[in-house]
Design a protein around this ligand. Sequence first.
Ligand code: ATP
Length: 270
Amino acid sequence: ARAQAMEIQESPDVGYEDIGGIDEQVREVREAVEQPLIEPEVFETVGIEPPSGVLLYGPPGTGKTMLAKAVANQTDATFIKMAGSELVRKFIGEGSRLVRDLFEMAREREPAIIFIDEIDAIASRRTESKTSGDAEVQRTMMQLLSEMDGFEARGEIRIIAATNRYDMLDRAILRPGRFDRLIEVPEPTHEGRTQILEIHTRGMSIDDDVDFEELADETDGYSGAELESLTTEAGMFAIRSDRTDVRMVDFEEALEKIEDDDGADVISSA
Ligand code: ATP
């Protein structure tokens, strides 16, 4: 059962070259997570502790999970992912058990990167009264903090968490020795969108008339995940036109379809 709640991958198949538009964030994650794993002696010589935990925050679909996987790949570490929402939908006492299992699993397979997505699910500032559910969530968070307090900062296990709700977080998890390195992963800029489109079309047959700069102009506000869907959708339009090369017109149609679908969402949820 515990394996079901976790996603485990040996050295996942994502490289830094697959991540577009967040070079500065990649650099920061490498410094905070990769370097302490590969060159712990540098930190020892300088006489400082590397960050205990790294928190990535920002809107959905911007590459937070990819970043964590890329570090695991680069360091040949086991990637162990658990979603915060998984930890709270369990029976009483199970959340903290799962946290214990998570760290035990990491110790068995080190070097390891523990990635906790949606950390806000277990570490939100409590606004409501103390119902039993809240107390259970609180216990899960306390277990996480005690696991983190107990491990060696220069050791072979690194922990990365992610959230879309930075404003909601309980400040207790941001104290020194806990998630003490914060990295914002924002929505991609124009240049970022151009890079992301180039990355996701690397393996596609793209006609010379496709202008990624122009597509970046037309996709203000799109996340990396949405840009990826755009490239797939454009490919579908090419196939429908009985072509194997993807042209600018396919991207234009794909954009129109995505914008229409968004409109439909707004209407249906109104
Ligand atoms: P969430 O907050 O919803 O968990 P996330 O920030 O962790 O989102 P990812 O899971 O890393 O987002 O991204 C989802 C998919 O979107 C990736 O598998 C990738 O294909 C694409 N993607 C997102 N951001 C980028 C990026 N910066 N460069 C390239 N592809 C990206």
